[in-house]
Design a protein around this ligand. Sequence first.
Ligand SMILES: Nc1ncnc2c1ncn2[C@@H]1O[C@H](COP(=O)(O)OP(=O)(O)OP(=O)(O)O)[C@@H](O)[C@H]1O
Ligand SMILES: [Mg+2]
Length: 310
Amino acid sequence: MATAHKNTCPPEGQPAVSAAEAPVSATGNLAGDVPSPENLLSEYTALRERYQRTTNALASAAHDLKTPLSILNGYVELLQSEKLGPLSDRQREVLRDMQSNGKRLQQFIQDFLTFSALETGGLQMHFAPGDINDCLSEVCRLWSNRFQEKALALYFLANDKLPVFPFDAPKLERIISNLLENSFKFTPQGGTVWLHAEPHMWERRAAVQPSAAERRRQNVSHPNSVKVSVSDTGPGIPAEFHLEVFDDFFRLPGTESQEGMGLGLAIARRLVQGMGGKIWVESDPAGGCKFSFLIPYKPATGAASKGKNR
Ligand SMILES: Nc1ncnc2c1ncn2[C@@H]1O[C@H](COP(=O)(O)OP(=O)(O)OP(=O)(O)O)[C@@H](O)[C@H]1O
Ligand SMILES: [Mg+2]
């Protein structure tokens, strides 16, 4: 069978694109020209500013949606309480649907606001000494009903080897919640999810490796961080996507039909980095994946400002 080919080659002696049609960059360069470092820098700055303005505009639109939405959710709750009159079974069902969709929308808005605050450097970390076990069991408690409803087992055992150390508890809960939400969403019914935390000795790679004496002096054999992991028996994540899953708005091919915007892990990454830690994923080709992150016992000075970069 003959196939039609579009001829993309220009006739001999003519440029592929005329100068008038050639795309021109923000700084006036023809796309074919080699841009100077100064042009590249001012182009980057202009793009960065435009990106921040767009993020801010979207964030303020999202913020404006928050108040009317919580008023609507409040009215749904009022109707559900039957203080305004008894409800039929059908009406209760409709209100349940309205409530769960209202909550979903609230979560989307909250995610987007966190994302833009992190992106524009507007989110501050508040470190206070605390017991991380309390934090982890509180998140498990919040998720336990939903796991039960989907017949998923959720295991967490408090670890008494973990010391009290300074961390940002609400942000840590947010990170774990985002990881548990993914395991909940992607693990099929009947599966298992484990939440685990343990002391960890984190040896950061330095440009110059310390000598043995220096290492002894720094007491590096002692744990200096906590390692928190969420593992599941879901489909896992192919190795080629292990870095990309932490990008903004990234979703694995084939998972687009699931709810979500592809922001949960990007937010988790920024929050972990904001506490001076790091996050990664491991996955077995046979299925299941394990997300782990490290949080140092002593937050590095200026840790929060590093949250924006990988
Ligand atoms: N536990 C997991 N098992 C399998 N795939 C996962 C798991 N966690 C994340 N993924 C993949 O990584 C993608 C990115 O996850 P992320 O949490 O950032 O976004 P999301 O869950 O799709 O949406 P959002 O978190 O914004 O609601 C997911 O869409 C999914 O394809
Ligand atoms: Mg998610």
